[in-house]
Design a protein around this ligand. Structure first.
Ligand code: ATP
Ligand code: MG
Length: 391
């Protein structure tokens, strides 16, 4: 690959209602900078809703940078720009080579030029006309200024001229950090990595909470969750995973509560603990991978019973999705293969044979009242450990 190649990242044409455009851009540029760091030394700046990523040294890994750019929330498209000499012949020849496939598919096209170097002898309209004329003739394609199939971008900059290659979709969404902070309940399943991704994509910075029940759950099960968190860091940035011991709570529930409410009471404890972690971390919402009707504890009534213990908003981005859609998303974001590894989870260890699907809140509250709720919560929090997970 050509080492003078640069990347162009387009910001979302988001309607920044109530949000500040400037802080959106600042956040995004700093997120891009952080994400590009492992790929080499780059100059990164923003002009007219485009972030320019320019390698400063020969050894920049442009493939890695391109891939990373597509994982930054807030970016809608990513394109490479191929450099060539600042001469009209070189520009036309470069466009012919790089865009041959695109021209083969296009019936109409136009050229858009930008001239950062005002010393360049032609202005942008003249450049477009010249390049457009040459390319139209060469590929036998008509010009259309209004609805072209293909737009060719030419930029005349300080050292080189650049031809943009066709753009590919970026991750979309809003820059991480714009949307505050939330705690996501991350299990080893398919759903919660996807729900975490979706909330992060709305600009929310995440910390994870994971409940472990040794010896019922293994070290491998925990490692799998940490690996899922690590896979998410390419989108979400580095994050803390809080690991909370859950064995005693589950054993106490099994010892003292009616079996049909096991899962619900357990989920209420999860919410209490996650809320406590969130308060300590200055997070203001909880995220789960629940989807309506997927299992007994995810009926409308059951969800009501579960969230009754917390005052924080419980965000459930998957609430209206089918398993097929969740699997598709898991594949897209790269968590599928890890999620399907067959390790036990604390939920599967104590599953009731006949869980209540239409629970009445008062009955569940009554059923758990035999437990020392505050004591169990406090003890679990004392046993908390955490791991910082990096890309
Ligand atoms: P998942 O595929 O995310 O495991 P699920 O379909 O298995 O979800 P449940 O096991 O009922 O559903 O869990 C519902 C949600 O509760 C999960 O999506 C996750 O947010 C949270 N959760 C479940 N188990 C744990 C755990 N051990 N640690 C942290 N969060 C958990
Ligand atoms: Mg699960």
């Amino acid at each position: 690959m050509n080492n003078n190649e640069i990347l162009l990242l387009k910001l979302g044409e988001v309607v920044l209602k109530g949000l500040n455009r400037r802080s959106f851009e600042d956040k995004l540029v700093s997120n891009v900078r952080r994400r590009m760091k492992p790929c080499g030394s780059f100059q990164i700046y923003i002009r007219q809703s485009t972030i320019y990523v320019e390698p400063q040294t020969e050894d920049c890994d442009m493939e890695a940078a391109f891939k990373a750019a597509r994982q930054v929330f807030g970016i809608v498209t990513v394109a490479r720009a191929v450099p060539c000499a600042k001469e009209m012949d070189a520009i036309v020849e470069t466009a012919k080579t790089y865009l041959a496939d695109e021209f083969a598919k296009a019936r109409t096209f136009k050229v858009e030029s930008r001239r950062a170097d005002k010393q360049f002898p032609m202005n942008s309209i003249q450049i477009s006309q010249y390049v457009g004329g040459e390319l139209g003739q060469f590929f036998n394609v008509k010009a259309d200024m209004h609805h072209p199939d293909l737009t060719v971008y030419v930029e005349i900059r300080e050292k080189y001229a650049y031809i943009h290659t066709p753009s590919v979709p970026g991750a979309g969404g809003l820059p991480i950090g714009m949307g505050g902070r939330a705690v996501s309940l991350l299990s080893g399943g398919l759903d919660s990595p996807v729900s975490s991704y979706m909330i992060a994509r709305r600009g929310v910075e995440l910390e994870m909470v994971h409940f472990v029940s040794p010896p019922y759950t293994s070290q491998q099960a925990l490692d799998k969750v940490l690996e899922l968190a690590r896979l998410l860091t390419v989108y979400c940035g580095r994050m803390i995973v809080h690991i909370i011991p859950f064995t005693e709570i589950q054993e106490e529930i099994r010892r003292q509560c009616p079996e049909e409410y096991f899962t619900l009471i357990m989920r209420r404890f999860m919410m209490r603990l996650a809320e406590a972690v969130a308060r300590k971390s200055h997070a203001s919402a909880l995220v789960t991978g629940e989807s309506l009707g997927q299992v007994a504890s995810q009926t409308i009534k059951a969800l009501g019973v579960t969230e009754d213990v917390t005052k924080m908003p419980v965000l459930r981005p998957l609430i209206g999705t089918d398993k097929v859609e969740i699997i598709r998303m898991a594949r897209e974001i790269g968590t599928y293969e890890t999620s399907i590894l067959p390790y036990e989870d604390c939920c599967t260890v104590f599953t009731p044979r006949h869980p209540a699907t239409r629970p009445v809140l008062e009955d569940v509250v009554q059923a758990e009242s035999v437990l020392d709720i505050d004591g169990l919560v406090a003890k679990a929090l004392e046993g908390e450990t955490w791991v910082r997970v990096k890309p």
